[in-house]
Write a protein that binds this ligand. Structure first.
Ligand code: FES
Length: 164
């Protein structure tokens, strides 16, 4: 498998983005999004390439990747759980929910991907919807008032649709 890199297609896509924004740094987020769409994550090497291509300091790219939980630095599963483990969600059993997801998927720690490539998980800071705790994001979708039952159903459905 070829290593993720800034392909000509990505460079062309990013160049087109410049027309939509007044300042070049505003293109960082959509550019990272396009990269993640292509490879599923943003490797250190690609972030370096992006910095060179956009002629922006590497630290500026790094700040964005680090600040937003939606960007992944390593490969993730097809269904990536981000469980909010901030105070309010923890009051509504978020940690127990993480344990349940680990048990369902046989994952031992964040950053692992199941052998079939279907699942991975991580704990994240407040997802900004404390009123509907516990909150979990699965890929780009918010799941509010999540529960062990909903997690079980989701994992079973994901496994079922993989077999079809
Ligand atoms: S504490 Fe979980 S969404 Fe805010």
């Amino acid at each position: 498998m070829t290593k993720p890199h800034l392909t000509d297609a990505l460079k062309a896509e990013i160049t087109k983005m410049y027309d939509k924004y007044e300042v070049r740094r505003s293109v960082i987020m959509p550019a990272l999004h396009a990269i993640q769409e292509s490879f599923g994550y943003i490797s250190k090497e690609v972030a370096d390439e992006l910095s060179g291509f956009m002629e922006l300091p590497r630290v500026m790219i790094e700040e964005v990747i680090t600040f937003y939980t939606m960007y992944h630095r390593n490969p993730v599963g097809k269904h990536h759980f981000q469980v909010c483990e901030n105070v309010t969600c923890c009051m509504f059993q978020a940690r127990e929910l993480t344990d349940h997801i680990k048990k369902l998927t046989n994952l031992k720690k964040p950053g692992e991907v199941t052998e079939d490539g279907l699942f991975s998980y991580e704990a994240v800071a407040c997802l900004g919807s404390c009123g509907t705790a516990p909150v979990v994001m699965i890929n780009d979708d918010y799941h509010e008032s999540f529960s062990e039952e909903k997690a079980t159903m989701f994992v079973e459905n994901a496994r079922g649709s993989k077999d079809e």
